[in-house]
Design a protein around this ligand. Structure first.
Ligand code: CO
Length: 198
């Protein structure tokens, strides 16, 4: 059972490993990530955000669960070109209720594999470009709050502290494992299975 983790869960700072195999496990994870994303009214969700240390994310820019043809899966994404920049308001399902202006490349070129294993190279702009940059950052352990200007960061710091306090409180209560244990789980998941003796 996957669920969306909130800041400052260590998964959000974990540098994920490339996907090695497209199999039933991955397809099931993708399906459940779309469900979670729609339930939270999001347009994108990265594997890190459900505690999976693998480089993939799901996207549906319409946020409409009935528009299946708008669903996209990006596996092992690489942004290979960035052009000009723009500032727009951004949010993140791991920071519910927090929105802030973020400067990003206006246009990008992204390379990735889809769920059938086909390689794609696509140019993206506007919302599509922004979402791909935001989600590709996630799989590399980067967050939108890393890009805030000093002034904006200052204004959202109380909200960020609230997330931190709520998270630490859950750890104290024991409903969440410690950072060290969570990191160990991520390390274990990120290692190829064959490195473990059976
Ligand atoms: Co996000």
């Amino acid at each position: 059972m996957l669920r969306i983790v909130l800041y400052p869960h260590p998964a959000l700072r974990f540098v994920s490993v490339p996907v090695q195999r497209i199999d039933d496990t991955l397809r099931a994870q993708v399906a459940s990530m779309f469900d979670l994303m729609y339930a939270s009214k999001g347009i994108g969700l990265a594997a890190n955000q459900v505690g999976l240390p693998y480089q993939f994310f799901v996207l549906n820019l319409t946020a409409d669960p009935t528009l299946k043809d708008q669903e996209e899966v990006f596996i092992n994404p690489r942004i290979i070109k960035r052009h000009s920049s723009c500032v727009e308001e951004e949010g993140c399902l791991s920071f519910p209720g927090l929105y802030a202006p973020v400067q990003r490349a206006k246009r990008i070129r992204v390379q990735y594999y889809d769920l059938l294993g086909h390689e794609h190279t696509r140019d993206a702009e506007d919302l599509f470009s922004r979402a791909v940059q935001h989600e590709t950052d996630h799989v590399l352990g980067r967050l939108f709050i890393d890009y805030l200007t000093a002034d904006v960061l200052k204004s959202v710091t109380p909200k960020i502290r609230e997330f931190e306090q709520a998270f630490r409180e859950q750890q104290r209560e024991g409903s969440l494992a410690s950072d060290d244990d969570l990191r160990m789980m991520l390390e274990r998941l990120s290692k190829p299975a064959e490195t473990f003796p059976t």
